[in-house]
Design a protein around this ligand. Structure first.
Ligand code: PLP
Length: 383
């Protein structure tokens, strides 16, 4: 565990985000909290614990390792759903532990049936439909075969969900493609219901789809980025604001990431700072070393670009970001001392470093920046 920086998670921010989402999406729409990628870098177990306290009882993960982590910190009646990778062992584990999972190919369906028979317990499955993303999912031609298996093996399968995933609902450039996906999904759903097969729930929407295409909400939405207090894209935020009278952001950032000044020194005019020649002091400067680098998730692409807050001021990262350290310009802070707080993500005084502001300085998306935050940084839950 590194102690050179700390991640704080705000419970009140999460409460506000979930409240906003429930009000916007409607009481009848269940929210599955998507916590893949170490809960988008927030820390999966800490985040799941918080979300459970806020009343969330359905979590979506990518693989069985994440599912186990969620299981460890939740009550028995909390549902866990695996959306992605599973080794063969994981299929038996999931069935035995009541964890449901996406099925997007015959092979997994057959393995699920076999394991369910062996365990004398039904496999809870979500049939994923290929609607146009061309990643995972049964193509429409395979559906009759899937239907037959669901009918003949109904003693071993619980048809929990019929699902799909949209290929970029956060951008209007994909409007045609997403609309087509909705159409294909509905068609496949009618193939199932025509055979008397109705899933317990229909779920297709991620954050962006849930906001931009209300018809995709159906019985449940799989919400990742917005519960953490961030918008899937600037476009999604703007299109939301355009429909609203008050132009304020209803979401609150859950994460804060901070460190401290490790060392301070003065540099002469003309000296290079850090590795190589990427930064030369054009005047006398005062610089501070911060013990955070790319091994902790502060991307090297923020070299000479990134900003941090110290004493409520924006300080520029100078030179290249190292593995464990970076250097910032603190020439304007005469009273700076070792140990003073450095804010990578969060508010200090009147200014805030948002997650989105990172993507302005480099081309990292919100998602990527968060997911890269090292697992070794201690997480602390705050009010
Ligand atoms: C990641 C993911 C989501 C959540 O996406 P957000 O944009 O973060 O809301 C939903 N569904 C699937 C299949 C995903 O992989």
């Amino acid at each position: 565990m590194h102690t050179n920086s700390t991640i704080e998670l705000s419970l009140s921010a999460l409460k506000k985000n979930l409240h906003f989402l429930k009000r916007t999406l409607g009481r009848d729409v269940r929210i599955s909290s998507v916590v893949k990628g170490n809960a988008y870098g927030h820390g999966i177990q800490e985040f799941v614990h918080m979300a459970s306290r806020c009343g969330i009882d359905h979590f979506s993960v990518f693989d069985s390792d994440e599912a186990r982590k969620v299981k460890e910190v939740t009550k028995k009646n909390t549902e866990v759903m695996i959306m992605g990778f599973m080794e063969d062992d994981a299929i038996s584990w999931a069935i035995a532990n009541g964890v449901s999972f996406f099925v997007f190919e015959k092979d997994r369906l057959q393995k699920a049936i076999k394991a369910a028979k062996r365990l004398h317990k039904k496999a809870g499955i979500h049939i994923e439909v290929e609607t146009g993303m061309n990643r995972t999912g049964f193509g429409i031609r395979e559906i009759p075969g899937v239907i037959r298996l669901l009918q003949t093996e109904k003693d071993h399968l619980e048809f929990k969900g019929l699902c799909t995933h949209y290929a970029g609902a956060e951008s209007v450039a994909n409007h045609y493609r997403v609309t087509e996906q909705i159409r294909v999904y509905k068609k496949v759903r009618s193939l199932f219901s025509g055979e008397g097969l109705d899933p317990e729930i229909c779920h297709t929407a991620c954050s962006a789809a849930a906001m931009v295409y209300p018809e995709t909400r159906m019985d449940m939405v799989r919400i990742g980025i917005m519960q953490y207090g961030l918008w899937p894209s600037p476009e999604t935020f703007v299109s939301f604001l355009n429909k609203r009278k008050t132009k304020t952001d209803p979401l609150c950032r859950v994460i804060t990431w901070k460190s401290e000044v490790m060392s301070i020194k003065k540099v002469k005019t003309g000296d290079f700072i850090g590795y190589g020649t990427s930064f030369m002091a054009r005047q006398k400067m005062k610089i501070a070393v911060v013990p955070v680098g790319y091994s902790h998730g502060y991307s090297r692409s923020l070299s000479n670009q990134g900003r941090v807050l110290i004493h409520g001021r924006r300080c520029v990262v100078i030179g290249t970001v190292g593995m464990n350290m970076m250097i910032v310009d603190v020439s304007e802070i005469p009273t700076l001392k070792k140990g003073d707080e450095v804010m990578m993500i969060g508010t200090q005084g009147k200014d805030t470093m948002s997650v989105a502001s990172f993507s302005e300085y480099s081309d990292q998306l919100n998602y990527e920046l968060l997911a890269r935050l090292s697992k070794n940084i201690p997480r602390k839950i705050t009010d």
